[in-house]
Design a protein around this ligand. Structure first.
Ligand SMILES: Cc1ncc(COP(=O)(O)O)c(C=O)c1O
Length: 330
């Protein structure tokens, strides 16, 4: 086998020296305190069996999508699931992507244009950062969950956006992006206040609900709907690999946004669609999520409280913080 170029070997060595080298591990039989499988759906035999039955009932005997959704890959289950998601999440359209990473890359590389401004929470997920890197818009961070910092940045950079406008025929747009639950600390911003700030300043709000769907809001609808902001948010990103325990993601928004994404989001266009089995699993997982009782929810939050109190009792706070920071920094 050919060796790695020296520059790359050095980078790996540096990681080793910093004790931050990533390696792949096969899941063990340890108790799971680290995955995103909040509801235990990823290993649910009920969902597994019902998905099989769902496909049998539909006489769907196709293993793969066969191509991009824009060519041969847009099988019937896509329409059914996107309609279901639009109704459930009270939005005009739901556009399914192969993963949350793909959804964020696709959205941020395609929607904000040259001259536009993107303001993002400093702890925003890597997929959003990577999407922003591919965008022609200018991007600036605001302090984590800090409304004053956000407002100050909107005021400061709206001027820049207006200055850039002079070279363009169209009004520039300010986009603000945050998450409704940040996975590292489980904390949330005040979406109502952020939305108010955005409204006041004509900024477009985007909320990544990856860690909220399935856990927050009635029937797991997420926080945006819990606080009734679905009509004030320009786009929501929901993912199916966390509480829903399967795979894939969707961008929720207007029908026009959907039309735009189908035409310009490259991570939507230039990739093979999800298999019927993947979509069937998402649909069945939603059905099971809706069936979750108040007791199931209380049990989850009691487990979280118990975990937190044990971390405190065993003085593990600083250890966890170190692990978390290492994950963010590398
Ligand atoms: C906030 C957030 N957005 C997007 C993603 C990416 O989602 P997926 O795992 O479906 O690619 C993640 C996953 O870690 C996430 O935490």
């Amino acid at each position: 086998m050919m060796n790695l170029p020296k520059k790359l070997t050095k980078k790996l060595k540096l990681r080793e020296e910093k004790n931050s080298l990533r390696t792949l591990k096969t899941p063990s039989n340890l108790v799971d305190f680290s995955s995103n499988d909040y509801l235990g759906f990823a290993k649910s035999s009920v969902i597994f069996d019902k998905t099989h039955q769902f496909l049998v009932d539909k006489n769907s005997k196709q293993n793969g999508a066969t191509g991009s959704r824009l060519l041969s890959g847009n099988h019937q289950l896509y329409r059914e699931l996107e309609n279901f998601l639009s109704n459930f999440h009270l939005t005009e359209s739901a556009t399914i992507f192969n993963s949350g990473y793909d959804a964020n890359i696709g959205f941020f590389s395609a929607v904000p244009q040259r001259g536009d401004i993107i303001l993002y929470d400093e702890f925003i997920h890597a997929s959003i950062r990577d999407g922003i890197k591919l965008s022609n818009a200018k991007a600036f961070k605001f302090s984590h969950n800090d409304l004053d910092s956000l407002e100050e940045k909107i005021l400061r950079y709206s001027d820049l956006s207006t200055a850039l406008e002079e070279t363009s025929k169209f009004k520039n747009t300010v986009y603000v992006v945050t998450e409704s639950v940040f996975s590292m600390d489980g904390d949330s911003p005040s979406l109502e206040k952020i939305s108010k700030i955005c409204k006041k300043n004509n900024a477009f709000l985007i909320v990544d609900e990856a860690h909220a769907v399935g856990v927050f809001g009635k029937n797991g609808v997420g926080i945006v709907q819990e606080v009734n902001l679905q009509n004030d948010v320009f786009a929501r990103i929901i993912t199916f690999g966390k509480a829903l325990g399967c795979h894939g993601a969707a961008i929720l928004g207007s029908k026009e946004l959907q039309k735009y994404l189908i035409n310009f989001a490259r991570s939507f266009i230039y990739t093979t669609g999800l298999s019927p089995h993947s979509l069937a699993t998402i649909k069945v997982a939603y059905t099971e999520m809706i069936k979750q009782t108040q007791d199931d929810k209380i049990c989850l939050f009691e487990n979280i409280q118990y975990f937190k109190s044990e971390v405190k009792r065993n003085h593990l706070n600083s250890f966890l913080l170190k692990v978390t920071l290492q994950y963010i920094v590398v």
